[in-house]
Design a protein around this ligand. Structure first.
Ligand SMILES: CC(C)(COP(=O)(O)OP(=O)(O)OC[C@H]1O[C@@H](n2cnc3c(N)ncnc32)[C@H](O)[C@@H]1OP(=O)(O)O)[C@@H](O)C(=O)NCCC(=O)NCCS
Length: 201
């Protein structure tokens, strides 16, 4: 496994693969990092010959928290017919009726994905979040640590739900929206809008 990106978010992804017993053989990034807490070898950018060779030999996961950048890297690698794996922590609780896309999904430690939920390609369900029954998390969206999506919530593609935010049941969050940490969202949020607070505005 090669991690693409090697900073804070990637350290969490590394922990997931380690807990799952998978070997991470190196990382790609725009340049070699001076801070290398896990002593991973740098294999070049994901577009370089050495980076692509490593990716082809052992697979990859895009360990980038930024939704737009993660999507851009994913699409570029898909053009080369290179499929990503998922990163799922063994402590995550995922109901057997939940539908998890097969590429680029991260489900971190202690996250709960309840019945009939859908998690799309490239989405992040971060540490301890709860995605309740029949929720849909869009492509390259990010549900932050401890956030709770009550039942039947929809989070659009590229949106970010901050740490410990709560989204009331039935609410729809549009694409590329931003929900502040700790917000309680009781009404729909339109595309591209940022809301904060309790109730969120
Ligand atoms: C909402 C958020 C994106 C806004 O970031 P920003 O655009 O840089 O905003 P600023 O820090 O400049 O704050 C702007 C104003 O909003 C307020 N504010 C910022 N975040 C807030 C929050 N989560 N709840 C309530 N108010 C908030 C600030 O106090 C400030 O108010 P003021 O203008 O009266 O001083 C950010 O604060 C946030 O909550 N991010 C989520 C962090 C997170 O969950 N990280 C987990 C990563 S895994």
């Amino acid at each position: 496994m090669v991690l693409i990106g090697y900073s804070g978010h990637a350290f969490v992804v590394y922990g997931i693969f380690k807990a799952a017993g998978k070997n991470v053989m190196g990382y790609c990034d725009v340049a070699e990092k001076t801070y290398n807490p896990f002593g991973l070898p740098y294999v070049g950018t994901e577009n370089s010959e050495t980076g692509l060779d490593a990716i082809k030999a052992s697979g990859y996961f895009i360990a980038v928290g930024d939704n737009k950048l993660r999507k851009k890297i994913y699409e570029a690698l898909q053009k080369n017919n290179l499929s990503s794996t998922n990163a799922i922590h063994p402590s995550a609780v995922i109901d057997s009726s939940a539908n998890i896309a097969t590429q680029g999904v991260m489900i971190a430690a202690n996250a709960t994905i309840n019945p009939l939920a859908f998690i799309a390609t490239g989405a992040i369900c971060n540490t301890g979040c709860i995605v309740e029954h029949e929720c849909a998390v869009g492509e390259f969206a990010h549900i932050g640590p401890g956030a709770v999506l009550c039942g039947n919530v929809k989070v659009g593609a590229g949106s970010f739900v901050g740490a410990n935010a709560v989204i009331r049941q039935g609410v729809t969050i549009g694409n590329n929206a931003m929900i502040g940490a700790g917000a309680v969202v009781v009404k729909d949020v339109a595309d591209g809008v940022t809301v904060v607070g309790v109730p969120a505005k």
